[in-house]
Design a protein around this ligand. Structure first.
Ligand SMILES: [Mg+2]
Length: 353
């Protein structure tokens, strides 16, 4: 049977500035597949939402999904090929296939993914972090207090845009103001010298980890920052070099996994299995996706052992969504949908009449 496709556009609540420009909208494609099972039909729904700088372009994604289904299968069969050329398109198709498989087996997507990874029974709930922007000290503390008051136990502070001293003042102020885990993300902004100073100082403040303190390519320099009082996490290094290179360099204690950028929930689980095998903790995050991909990322996070808070509380960044949020954040955590597949039939009517 031929896959269904439906393009969509979602507006952000407010424009988001990134290293690759300002994002005001998220454009993507919903993908639907149908399978015959025991004389009946089982459906699966996936989402391909490319993010500039992290995946192929929207045009490349829709081109890949415009090909006949046999070509999709070819793209999807490239499991093991570490960085597929159209990861968002692959995510859309593979999520639909995996969702249908889990529905056919009457189990959750998380259970299917945990088995694939050789992991134990998935968690029923996943903790998530709140993101705190890079304002001044007072603004940072106010945002941190607000997040903790609404139930978050883990805060991610953006750093690297200001001087190191200014950032350290912000982090110390938050540390003194709230009782929550604090992680910081420098997005590769620091030089090796500044990163060394940062790591030594952050180790004395009590910070869970420092993410991408150096540019993506500085794998051996990242390795040299480990063991100095604060864990080192990588994100852009995974995007640009893949899990194997990060592991070979010993570059990280923690690795951020974005299923949309890796090429699907299965690719994310395979990456997580390789990381866990070598003692590196995965942290699963979205790429500011619609509700279908966000729910899938929650299933990935639930399947991955380790219990680190995920970067999955991104639904509020959207002014409009694909439908009612199946994975709302409550008290700093998301309950994992436990019906068949990812979210059962909740989004089927977007693709089939
Ligand atoms: Mg990051």
């Amino acid at each position: 049977m031929s896959p269904e496709r439906r393009p969509f556009t979602l507006d952000l609540s407010r424009p988001l500035s990134t290293a690759d420009g300002t994002i005001e909208q998220r454009r993507g494609v919903l993908v639907g597949v149908e399978r015959s099972v025991d004389g009946g039909t089982v459906r699966g729904v996936g989402e391909a939402t490319p993010l500039p700088g992290w995946t192929e372009s929207y045009d490349a994604c829709t081109d890949a999904l415009r090909e006949p289904p046999e070509a999709w299968q070819l793209v999807a069969d490239t499991v093991g090929e570490e960085r597929p050329s159209t990861p968002a398109a692959r995510h859309g198709y593979r999520l639909a296939v995996l969702d249908a498989a889990a529905r056919a087996e009457r189990r959750s997507l998380a259970a299917l993914l945990a088995e694939r990874g050789g992991f134990p029974t998935p968690n029923e709930s996943v903790p998530v972090n709140a993101t705190v922007g890079d304002g001044g000290v007072e603004e940072t503390v106010a945002a941190a207090r607000e997040a903790v008051a609404s139930g978050f136990d883990c805060l991610k502070l953006k750093v690297g845009a200001q001087s190191l001293n200014a950032d350290l003042e912000r982090v110390r102020a938050v540390r003194n103001a709230v009782d929550a885990a604090i992680r910081v993300d420098a997005n590769g902004a620091w030089s090796p010298e500044t990163a060394g100073e940062a790591v030594d100082a952050l180790g004395t403040i009590g910070v869970e980890y420092v993410e991408q303190p150096l540019p993506a390519e500085e794998l051996s320099e990242l390795a040299a920052l480990r063991g100095r009082g604060v864990a080192v996490a990588v994100d852009e290094s995974i995007r640009d070099y893949g899990v194997d290179a990060v592991l070979d360099a010993g570059a990280a204690d923690v690795a951020v996994l974005k299923p949309m950028a890796l090429g699907g929930p299965d690719a994310a689980i395979d990456a997580a299995a390789a990381l866990v095998d070598r003692g590196v903790d995965p942290v699963v995050t979205t790429t500011i996706d619609g509700a279908v991909a966000r729910a899938a990322a929650v299933h990935v996070a639930a399947a991955v052992p380790g219990g680190r808070a995920g970067g999955l509380a991104t639904g509020a960044m959207l002014a409009s969504d694909l439908g009612a949020d199946p994975v709302p954040v409550v008290d700093g955590a998301i309950a994992v949908p436990d019906g068949p597949g990812s979210v059962g039939t909740a989004f089927d009517d977007l693709l089939w009449d």
